[in-house]
Design a protein around this ligand. Structure first.
Ligand SMILES: CC(C)(COP(=O)(O)OP(=O)(O)OC[C@H]1O[C@@H](n2cnc3c(N)ncnc32)[C@H](O)[C@@H]1OP(=O)(O)O)[C@@H](O)C(=O)NCCC(=O)NCCS
Length: 160
């Protein structure tokens, strides 16, 4: 697919919120969290905690985005806070392009590692496969973290 990667702009807000809302595996609280981070990014250009870029099609329609930031108190450890692709465009390689771009951005700034967290719920099985296919390794699991029977899985990808 012919896509372009660029920084997220204020004019992308509605499209990104729509992509988040249409993803069936997010709870309302998770959707609110995704929107909160977007508004921190859009509302305060000086902040460096949350960075966003997105994939757009030839018509400049946003079809996926990534949110990442340096983990406070670390040297060169970054968190992939959110990666979401429009459900209509999933499985077409857009997530892979977003992760590859993030890795190249992180290499340029001397980052060491990228972490991603996900849930062990069956709803997130596709996400788990996605991380594994993209060079992430499960390095830790906190049993019953989100709720009883729902573990937090932590994935790591070396940036070098
Ligand atoms: C996870 C997500 C970002 C992946 O993006 P995507 O554009 O669909 O993924 P890609 O098409 O780039 O797939 C990359 C790899 O994952 C695998 N994959 C993607 N969708 C898959 C599916 N439905 N079943 C099995 N594997 C799948 C592909 O096989 C591919 O590997 P390959 O290139 O070796 O074949 C996307 O599915 C999504 O937005 N999911 C819902 C939101 C979410 O859970 N985000 C993560 C937590 S914030």
């Amino acid at each position: 697919m012919n896509i372009n990667i660029r920084k997220v702009l204020s004019s992308d807000r509605d499209a990104i919120i729509s992509i988040v809302n249409r993803n069936g595996n997010f709870t309302d609280e998770e959707k609110d969290c995704a929107k909160e981070l977007l508004d921190i990014y859009l509302g305060n250009p000086e902040q460096k905690d949350y960075n966003f870029f997105c994939a757009v099609d030839k018509g400049e329609k946003v079809i996926g985005y990534i949110c990442y930031g340096r983990i406070p108190l670390t040297e060169g450890a970054y968190d992939l806070y959110w990666i979401v692709v429009d459900p209509l465009y999933q499985g077409k390689g857009i997530g892979k392009v977003l992760v590859n771009r993030l890795e190249s951005v992180l290499k340029d700034i001397g980052a060491r590692m990228l972490l991603a967290e996900t849930s062990s719920k069956p709803d997130y099985y596709k996400t788990k496969i996605f991380y594994e296919r993209n060079g992430f390794t499960e390095i830790a699991r906190i049993k019953d973290f989100y709720k009883i029977g729902d573990d937090k899985m932590i994935y790591r990808k070396e940036v070098s």
